[in-house]
Design a protein. Structure first.
Ligand SMILES: Nc1nc2c(ncn2[C@@H]2O[C@H](COP(=O)(O)OP(=O)(O)OP(=O)(O)O)[C@@H](O)[C@H]2O)c(=O)[nH]1
Ligand SMILES: [Mg+2]
Length: 340
């Protein structure tokens, strides 16, 4: 399975100190690991020389591409570096883009998809010029997701013997503004654990694979902080169920949360994909016997505030939950499997 993707802007040994390095999802290359980078560059160049020698290629392809104002791509080169299974290609003889796979994977399984996607993203959609950081990061995330999905659907399914998912496969797209409890929810259904006051906002797509009795879930847990919200929908392709999470104890952010939900429904064509809305952290609002009208929000009040009855392009359910106390978690899971 693909575990990481990286891009080295530049590829000369003499400017190793100033190379721009992007990697996703882990920052494995960031800790001044120049030796690794040096080996990547050396391995790539060496591999390309061998490949060109074998096929008799020269640089005319590159020249032609430049004339057409297109990106020229090298044939990907497999390398094993410090025990990592690395597969690199070079863009315009200037930048190296690399994939890191698990030890037992065969990079050649990914040759075609890697080349096709690079070509499509660089030369047809012409979507990335690598001019700013966000553009570059988005490019890497999109590529990562597409190759990973390909791996899940086509490569792993045919070659994996030791682990066979059972039951139906469901991709769950879990989103909502920050701090509502999404990652806690994903962790709870995966491990049964809850970590109180874990103050680690999600920064990258967190994908959890979870085998349940009724089927196999891939939960795509999105980072909720504002800066990441525009990347949310890069992860929505092929989703079977959408979960939108609200923090019912934080009324100050209801307006913002409602805006994001409706922004999604109106702007993103996902009609027909069932939606589960979770009002989480119910343990923090007071119990009925301690009634306090400013805090208690009944289901109807929340449905009214968020105008949920205006949702008419798909099936939806609303649940109060507490990931902390496990309240309603089983009901949510049952509904999820029943809805697909
Ligand atoms: N009391 C209470 N706290 C919760 C509950 N669910 C999550 N939390 C806490 O809420 C905080 C945020 O939880 P996360 O799961 O990181 O929230 P998130 O939605 O993933 O946040 P981002 O990754 O920033 O989008 C943590 O301190 C959790 O312990 C709950 O049901 N009740
Ligand atoms: Mg999170």
């Amino acid at each position: 399975m693909l575990s990481n993707i990286f891009l080295l802007k530049g590829k000369n040994f003499h400017d190793l100190n100033s190379l721009d390095i992007f990697s996703y999802p882990d920052d494995i290359l960031k800790n001044g690991n120049r030796d690794f980078v040096r080996k990547v560059i050396f391995g790539h160049d060496h591999g390309v020389i061998v490949e060109n020698y074998r096929t008799g290629n020269d640089s005319s392809n590159l020249k032609e591409k430049h004339e057409l104002n297109q990106f020229a791509l090298d044939c990907p080169v497999p390398q094993v570096i410090d025990g990592l299974n690395v597969y690199t290609s070079c863009i315009n003889s200037k930048m190296i883009i690399g994939l890191i796979f698990d030890k037992d994977d065969n990079p050649y399984d990914y040759k075609e998809i890697f080349e096709d996607l690079l070509n499509e993203m660089l030369n047809n959609e012409r979507c990335c010029k690598f001019e700013d950081e966000i553009e570059t990061e988005n490019f890497l995330i999109t590529l990562f997701i597409d190759i990973r999905r390909y791996g899940d659907e086509f490569v792993e399914n045919t070659s994996e013997i030791s682990f066979k998912p059972t039951g139906i496969f469901i991709k769950v797209f879990l989103f909502g503004i920050d701090d509502v409890g999404k990652t806690s929810f994903a962790r709870r259904i995966k491990t049964g654990e809850f970590i109180n006051n874990s103050f680690t906002p999600t920064r990258k797509f967190n994908i959890e694979y979870i085998q349940k009795q009724n089927g196999y879930l891939a939960v795509w847990d999105m980072p909720g902080q504002r800066a990441f919200r525009e990347k949310w929908f890069k992860g929505i392709q092929d989703t079977n169920i959408i979960i939108y999470m609200i923090d019912v104890a934080n009324q100050l952010r209801f307006e913002e949360s409602k805006r994001e939900l409706w922004n999604f429904i109106n702007k993103h064509d996902s009609s027909g994909i069932p939606l589960i809305i979770l009002g989480n952290k119910t343990d923090l609002i007071k119990k009925p016997e301690e009634q306090d009208n400013t805090l208690i929000r009944t289901k109807q009040e929340i449905m009214d505030f968020f105008e949920l009855d205006r949702i008419n392009d798909r099936d939806y359910f609303f649940f109060f939950t507490s990931v902390k106390t496990n309240y309603n978690m089983n009901e949510v899971m049952n509904t999820l499997f029943n809805m697909v």
